[in-house]
Design a protein around this ligand. Sequence first.
Ligand code: 13P
Length: 259
Amino acid sequence: MKKLIIAGNWKLYIEQVEEAKKLGLALKRKAASFSGLDMVLFPPAPFISAVAAGVKNSSIAVGAQTISSFEEGAHTGYISARTVKDVGATWALVGHSERRAQMLDGIKAAAETEETIQAEMKAAERAGLKVILCVGEEERDPSGAHFATIARQLSSALAHFPKSGAKLAIAYEPVWAIGKSAAEACKPADLEEMAIFIRRTLSELFDRTIATKIPILYGGSVDATNAKELLGTGGVSGFLVGRASTDAKSFIELLHAVR
Ligand code: 13P
């Protein structure tokens, strides 16, 4: 069985460095008793350095919630892959739905396109960062169009990614399941079906043996109450957790649930 990866995407839930450090340290204290899994924390960018310093000498890794598609130059306000690496990140999220170009509450929320996602993948790879590539459909329909959406997102983002497939994990995060209650998460049987589809798509993009080694995670309203059941089908080997990862108690409960 693949080693579990439990990643915490703190999004914008944590706004103070002391809170970020405290959460990192609380998890570090527990890390040794969860040696069967890898934890990765994604704090807001300004806290990467402090959280990375706090979890040093533990099995916990730290990552960036996003990186710029630009590698250097006159790009005000952007943060490059090399910069986040320099302050302690070893992972980056790429293509999170909250950053893909879309309208949210009538506001064009972010502007990551298939082209910028490809450029981010390249920037991460050149900086030596590991990537969790996020894919997910906005809605499901009975005709199964969501499978085509996932295939397109994967093949576009991975078009120029090294065929070794090293340093890559995929997070399946259906947009409709993010930020809801545990009961509204993807159903285990649907998750298993999608994980099989993602694995099959990966084996068209990479060598078959390599494709079987790429971890597939799930994200979308995961917490201690549904984690075990979602893992149960064996389709995914971990989670990318939002809300439930931003509080030490709920994160540790989740770790207990999957152990
Ligand atoms: P929630 O766990 O809050 O639904 O967020 C999932 C997610 O978007 C993780 O990247």
